[in-house]
Design a protein around this ligand. Sequence first.
Ligand code: GLN
Length: 321
Amino acid sequence: VSPSEFMDLTRGLERIHADLLDDRRGAVADYIPTLRDADPEKFGIAICTADGQTFSIGDADLEFSVQSTSKPFSYAMALEELGPQEVHEWVGQEQSGGSFNDRTLSLNAAGKPQNPMINAGAIGTLALVDAGSEVSDRFATVQQTWTMMMGQRPGYDNATFLAERDTGHGNRGLASQMANAGKLKGGLDGRDAPADTAEFYFMVCSLGVDAQRLAAAGATLANGGVAPYSGERVFSQETAGRVLSVMGHSGMYDGSGRFADDVGLPAKSGVSGNVLMVVPEKRLAVVTFSPRLDEAGNSVRGVEVCRRLVNEFGLHPYKGL
Ligand code: GLN
């Protein structure tokens, strides 16, 4: 984007941020203490372009657990390591029609997770990442990838990890169901793959980012896999494109279809209240943080920012043709 276009976008975001400060609809996630105790008033927006121009407003440097917004990047890592053919033997490419943790709709008739954006699919995806190594090494690989994308190390919220693990029966159950169907790749010999992989998933959900840093990760996708600050290639162009495609149809939980209608752009949300959206035409990523969620688990203000930005700047790919 040209400097003047960038300036227009930032002015638009300032207006949108000010307008939405009074929007107090929704409720914070309450299944674990760290999310339940989040300050619901916090509201930040950040953007990062493919060439590393940045802008932020409000609480854009407040750290939160990345949660489900880790999923597209875990999928990218698996695609890089194994290629799409092998990855899609373990994880599907279809909408699930259910919530992110649904026990029956998450898996297809063969026991394979419907897509990598729901919990089952993210667990199945992480089972593929560096599968022959110890979980500690595999987690280090994930951290390194995030560091490359953001030009800065992610944080780690151990209280969130411990609570995810304590309450994670549903996720462990999904991992076990997949293993039972032969659809969870095994790890090291003698290890309990469902238990290990669920734990790995909880760790990755607990990575700490803020809107600014997460926007740089999003800009890596908007930039065809090249990190915006360093110019380092993290993922292939094909991988970045595939990740954006699945975000386009399944990134917003069971609000994905409506989001596609209203906004039409690839996005991913996490229950901590973050939303990451990529604007392919402008080669940039927008990240919002605001903890109050709608019924589907998407940040109310976050979805509203995406909707308004797209309407104000004519960014919906199919509207106004
Ligand atoms: N870590 C949580 C879970 O697995 C939530 C992930 C998310 O952001 N939906 O249930």
